[in-house]
Design a protein. Structure first.
Length: 431
């Protein structure tokens, strides 16, 4: 099925097609998804960080583990780039990866799972050992139509697992705790939960906090964690990874050590250091919730102005555009609205929709916010605006290696563009 034909086929029929491919490829490879302990991570925000945290902890603790996330796949000791617009691969590729992971000697696999993958049966024929849900906010409603459909689709991951790791502070928890089966393991900063964070502090751009919980030996524990991350949302990400790893039997001291030396992920609050006298950050935030959390976190580590560069993807959740503009204008000092995968929409129309939200929050065109459709020029302009102590942050592209215009994937590297802007150099043709 290709191009226009795809659009004529009802999604239900497509899902049957994907189901047949999933079981067919699983049969061909000998059902590797039933021979591995697979930890599935889903949610609107934080999936990639949680996947990488769990993988890192298990790896550091000596477990034989592989992973598939938005940013990369690791099969044994081999690392593969997955930097296009793909989170959960196609059914045949997933089964091929799982088979290679099994051959590489892996016992555990940490797999990032999207709602699309769950709905489209891309992860059929896989027996999940543990399911983690980070949060569920309004996202992908262009596909799922309603929040309830979105939540119900995410909840499919909770069926048949040994552990269900859930965020007790998220609005979805009330419904999710009733769904699926297996032992429920909750985590929280504010509400009562199995893993409860307290005394959260930010010191030298590192998170410090304590966590209380009952371990596998039924002993009450209170541990202190230090992580080279910042932002309250990363406390939740760490709690999700901690709860998962304790549940599968990792020793507490190994978890503490692994979290302390966790390295930042490409495109996730990635600090770009060159000779500039201001900060530059790349982040993947592309939902209202993620954008708000990221800007609040950056405000705590910024002495000067925050200059935010962002857009919104075409063909996706058009209702989030104005809210994102309003959030950006409320939490950043200067805003540059630009392109982010316009796909088959006009970039200028998406930008104008975002601008309505910016102006609702008091933004003034060409004084506190600008419209620059060319993303490269937008980033260069942000650098020109920055002064000592300021922070520029570009949202939405992160690790991705292409940008979609009119259905065509055009090479794009956000880090390369930011670094070139900081050096005052031109790339990809004219400045």
């Amino acid at each position: 099925m290709t191009g226009g034909l795809k659009n004529l086929v009802p999604q239900g029929l497509k899902n049957i097609y994907h189901l047949a491919r999933a079981y067919g490829s699983a049969l061909f490879f000998g059902f590797p998804g039933t021979k591995l302990k697979i930890i599935g991570v889903t949610g609107t925000d934080g999936k990639t960080t949680v996947v990488n945290l769990i993988y890192h902890i298990l790896k550091q603790a000596g477990f034989k583990v592989s992973m598939i996330s938005t940013t990369k796949a690791v099969i044994g000791e081999k690392e593969l780039d997955t930097g296009l617009h793909v989170t959960t691969p196609d059914p045949i590729q997933i089964q091929r990866f799982l088979n290679e992971m099994l051959k590489a000697g892996s016992e555990y696999v940490v797999l990032e799972v999207t709602s699309h993958a769950l709905d489209q049966n891309r992860v059929a024929a896989i027996n999940f050992f543990t399911a983690v849900v980070t949060n569920i906010t309004t996202e992908h409603l262009d596909y799922h139509k309603t929040y309830n459909n979105y939540l119900t689709t995410k909840a499919k991951l909770l069926n048949g697992v040994k552990f269900r790791v859930l965020n007790a502070d998220d609005l979805s928890y009330r419904e999710l705790k009733k769904l699926g089966n297996g032992e429920r393991v909750s985590y929280s900063i504010r509400d009562k939960a199995d893993f409860k964070a307290n005394e959260v502090k930010l010191k030298d751009r590192k998170l410090e906090f304590t966590v209380t919980f009952v371990d596998k030996q039924k002993k009450h524990q209170k541990i202190k964690l230090v992580a080279p991350l910042f932002g309250e949302y990363n406390v939740y990400n760490i709690l999700a990874a901690l709860a998962t790893c304790v549940s599968v039997g990792v020793k507490i001291e190994q978890i503490i050590s692994a979290i302390a030396n966790f390295k930042s992920i490409s495109g996730r609050m990635q600090i770009i250091k060159q000779s500039q006298n201001f900060d530059a950050v790349i982040d993947f935030a592309h939902t209202p919730n993620a954008l708000e959390n990221a800007l609040k976190a950056l405000r705590l580590v910024t002495s000067g102005k925050i200059i935010a560069v962002f857009g919104a993807a075409g063909g996706r959740d058009s209702q989030k555009r104005e809210p994102m503009g309003e959030i950006a204008a409320s939490l950043a000092d200067l805003v540059i609205v630009t392109s982010e995968d316009p796909r088959n929409e006009k970039a200028e129309e998406i930008i104008n929709r975002i601008a309505l939200g910016v102006e609702k929050a008091g933004g003034v065109l060409d004084k506190t916010y600008w419209k620059i459709a060319d993303r490269k020029k937008a980033i260069f302009f942000a650098v020109q605006l920055a002064k000592r102590g300021d922070l520029i942050v570009s949202f939405g592209k992160g690790h991705e290696q292409s940008m979609n215009f009119s259905g065509q994937e055009i090479p794009w590297n956000e880090e390369e563009v930011v670094r070139a802007a900081l050096k005052g150099k031109t790339i990809y043709g004219k400045k």
